[in-house]
Ligand binder design. Structure first.
Ligand SMILES: [Zn+2]
Length: 117
């Protein structure tokens, strides 16, 4: 079986850890008050003065949120979300196995490829 290599991008363990540990909210301070927004929001509205504060950097240096954006963009393709969901289930089962639970029975769907001409 011949496998296609998909990319030559350099993926470091640090990047993977940054993705895994991204908080589900970003806390923004303005006018002495704090507001929590999604880490993917570009702006946050101050609850005191109403000012719109930029919370994502738009510099050439990519940040971890940009990696998520690339994945989200990929997931906008038809069928991609199903692939992602199936992989999420596999990862969840692996994590459960590592935590000491017995592994779930083999899913007959997993690993089955789609025939290509
Ligand atoms: Zn403010």
């Amino acid at each position: 079986m011949k496998l296609e290599q998909n990319s030559e991008a350099e993926i470091t363990e640090g990047l993977l850890e940054a993705i895994r540990s991204l908080p589900l909210q970003r806390v923004v301070e303005h006018c002495g008050s704090r507001v929590a927004v999604s880490p993917f929001e570009l702006y946050a509205d101050c609850s005191q003065c109403g000012m719109r504060v930029k919370v994502r950097s738009f510099s050439a240096d990519a940040e971890v949120e940009d990696v998520f954006d690339a994945v989200f963009e990929w997931m906008n393709q038809p069928g991609a979300q199903d692939l992602a969901r199936r992989r999420q289930e596999m990862i969840r089962e692996d994590d459960a196995a590592i935590d000491g639970d017995p592994p779930l029975s083999n899913d007959p769907r997993s690993g089955r490829g789609i025939e290509l001409d």
